[in-house]
Write a protein that binds this ligand. Structure first.
Ligand SMILES: N[C@@H](CCC(=O)N[C@@H](CS)C(=O)NCC(=O)O)C(=O)O
Length: 125
């Protein structure tokens, strides 16, 4: 219980640090941004608000100028169940990619970030 509270507090401090130090979003061409916006409609990020790995994904999405819909898998029991039943694990972050009649549940913050950079052809600097 105490450990959970400490983790939550530390997580919220990280949220604040992230907010204060966020890199500016990359300015894409209008055409590319339209492509990103269209693709982002097929993405849903299952997350906990103050989880460091989720913060990392949100930070990079912000940098890439991707507006990700988030799903609260910490406090919403229906979303929690959906993640476990359909994704296969209750771990977050998890990016649900629903496109062309297929659904992919991508776990691991590193893989999600790599996927987003690759998908939108942005080279990590
Ligand atoms: N290696 C994973 C770690 C993710 C992770 O540990 N997430 C924690 C929250 S910070 C979690 O989902 N805990 C719930 C659980 O394992 O059931 C990543 O980078 O995404």
């Amino acid at each position: 219980m105490i450990i959970r509270i400490i983790r939550e507090i530390l997580g919220r401090i990280l949220v604040l640090i992230d907010f204060l130090t966020r890199p500016k979003p990359i300015k894409h061409s209008a055409e590319k941004q339209a492509k990103i916006d269209a693709a982002a409609k097929h993405f849903q990020l299952y997350q906990f608000y103050a989880c460091p790995f989720c913060i990392r994904v949100r930070r990079q999405a912000h940098r890439l100028n991707i507006s990700l819909t988030t799903k609260d898998a910490q406090n919403n029991p229906d979303i929690k169940k959906e993640l476990l039943d359909q994704g296969g694990s209750r771990k977050v972050p998890c990016l649900k990619i629903e496109e062309n009649g297929t659904v992919e549940w991508m776990y691991e913050s590193k893989d999600i970030i790599q996927y987003l950079y690759k998908r939108f052809d942005v080279v990590l600097t």
